[in-house]
Structure formats: C-alpha cells, structure tokens
Design a binder for this molecule. Structure first.
Ligand code: SF4
Ligand code: SF4
Length: 105
C-alpha cells in the first residue's frame, strides 16, 4: 500500500494533501506516460460536498487499484510503489489529474 500524497485541492476527498478514501482507482489502461493516467476516484468539490465531511477518515494508507498496466509498479492492477504523487492542481475533472509516479516498464 503506497504512501499517497495528492495535490488535487479541488477534489472533495482531498484533505491537507492526503486522500480521505481507503481505496482509489487510477485509470489509464493504455498509458505510456503519467499524462495518460488519471485518478478515477476524483470527485469535484461542490457546494454540498466539502472536505470537512471526510476529515475524520483521512489516512495515508490508501490502497490503490490501478489500470495502468504499463507502469513498472503495477502488480496485477495493484500499485506496489512505496509512495505515489497524484497531481492536478486547479482541475475540476478527473481528466486533469494524473499519477505523477508512473514509471514506464
Ligand atoms: S484526486 Fe484521487 S487521490 Fe486525490 S484526493 Fe481525490 S480521490 Fe483522493
Ligand atoms: S505508480 Fe504506477 S502502478 Fe502506482 S498508481 Fe501510479 S501509475 Fe499506477
């Protein structure tokens, strides 16, 4: 289970650069670089969804299901990296996010 740091401040699940979810899904079946991946669990923060709803559940131990099979850290759709960085400052959709830790096989 990788240490996850996330800079997607517009995501409802982001709290102080951590992810409040116990599991996320990274998309990018055919990705050959970080830009072709994204956090499929992204949820845009809205007026009814705020960070605070998830503060209590924030943990660095977020398991990562990942579809980017061309990444060296992908082990049968489970991320086995020690740590990953999810990026996407200013994004209001999953497409603007990425796993910056993607490392091509
Ligand atoms: S973008 Fe993904 S990793 Fe980042 S807080 Fe949202 S769900 Fe968690
Ligand atoms: S480091 Fe690789 S395997 Fe882990 S989430 Fe990122 S793209 Fe997927």
């Amino acid at each position: 289970m990788p240490n996850l740091v996330c800079s997607v401040e517009n995501c409802a699940y982001n709290y102080d650069y951590l992810c409040a979810l116990k599991e996320i899904r990274v998309a990018g079946e055919n990705a050959v670089d970080a830009h072709s991946t994204c956090c499929g669990s992204f949820r845009d923060r809205t007026e009814t969804i705020t960070n605070c709803e998830y503060c209590g559940g924030v943990t660095k131990e977020t398991s990562v299901c990942c579809l980017a099979e061309h990444c060296a850290y992908n082990d049968s759709n489970v991320c086995c990296a020690d740590g990953i960085d999810i990026c996407g400052c200013g994004s209001h959709s999953a497409r603007g996010t990425e796993c910056a830790s993607f490392h091509a096989v």
